[in-house]
Design a protein. Structure first.
Ligand SMILES: O=P(O)(O)OC[C@@H](O)[C@@H](O)c1c[nH]c2ccccc12
Length: 267
């Protein structure tokens, strides 16, 4: 099965169970790769339907302080893309949820887009989310990803007009990532009041599932959004637990938090 097919299946399976898909995000190498590997197992066991694995970058323009700090911790450990892919290769067939890598374009360019597509596929990665890859410049990566069956997930935001939304929905693969707020990642107390309506519009034009992310930080918010989206992404709230919990307890703390988030996806 290709990565794209695995992603599709994951959404179908969740919707058959009458749930929105839960998509937790963690940063690779925060605080080190061995912990990341254990955390990936824990996310899977806690019920994650898909997993977004961040690749750290020094200038993460879409990220708020929580994920910026996680990237700094990971970079301090001297992380390399090749070893992240090796770690994914060890784990991808042992856990259920498909893994997507979220990363900024520069490290992938340095690795070589062709080599990256090749190695990511061999490692069992299912797709990519590259926030600074503008649709207009994405052709090369789209072709490479398509040839390997990797999903290339595109982002839409509240500022995206109707016309562009329709184009994005056609060009994305795997799912469409709907950014809930104009701004950067990070836990927020309040989500925009018209978000449900915006999601409905996005779902109407999108041939693939629509997942919502940015600012979703607790089970109540997940429960509120679950009826309005095919998937819900939670990043900073999990990354914060990783930052604040002693190493000996971090895996179980993340596990139980993600479990409560997963319970909240039930429709
Ligand atoms: O952290 P939040 O607010 O829960 O948002 C999701 C997010 O972490 C994850 O999807 C993500 C992290 N960095 C990104 C950059 C662009 C798009 C998405 C992301």
């Amino acid at each position: 099965m290709t990565g794209r097919q695995r992603i599709k299946e994951a959404f179908v399976a969740a919707s058959r169970r009458k749930e929105a898909a839960l998509i937790p995000f963690i940063e690779a190498g925060d605080p080190d790769l061995a912990t990341t590997k254990e955390l990936l197992h824990a996310l899977s066991e806690a019920g994650a339907d898909l997993i977004e694995l961040g690749y750290p970058f020094s200038d993460p323009l879409a990220d708020g302080p929580t994920i910026q700090a996680a990237a700094q911790r990971a970079l301090k450990g001297g992380i390399r893309l090749g070893e992240v892919l090796d770690m994914v290769a060890e784990i991808s067939s042992k856990i259920t949820p498909p893994i997507l890598i979220m990363g900024y374009l520069n490290p992938f360019l340095r690795f070589g887009l062709e080599a990256f597509a090749e190695k990511a596929t061999a490692a069992g990665l299912c797709g990519t989310i590259i926030p600074d890859l503008p649709m207009e410049e994405a052709d090369q990566w789209r072709k490479l990803a398509k040839a390997k069956g990797l999903a290339n997930v595109l982002l839409a935001a509240p500022t995206t007009d109707q016309k562009r939304l329709a184009i994005l929905a056609q060009k994305t693969s795997g799912f469409l990532y709907y950014v809930s707020v104009t701004g950067i990642t990070g836990a927020r107390k309040d989500l925009p009041p018209d978000l449900a309506l915006k999601l409905q519009t996005a779902r109407e034009v999108s041939p693939v599932p629509v997942a919502v992310g940015f600012g979703i930080a607790n089970a109540d918010q997940v429960a509120t959004l679950a009826p309005h989206a095919d998937g819900v992404v939670v990043g900073s709230a999990i990354v914060k637990i990783i930052a604040e919990t002693p190493r000996t307890r971090v895996v179980e703390e993340v596990f139980s938090f993600v479990r409560t988030l997963k319970e909240a996806t039930r429709l």
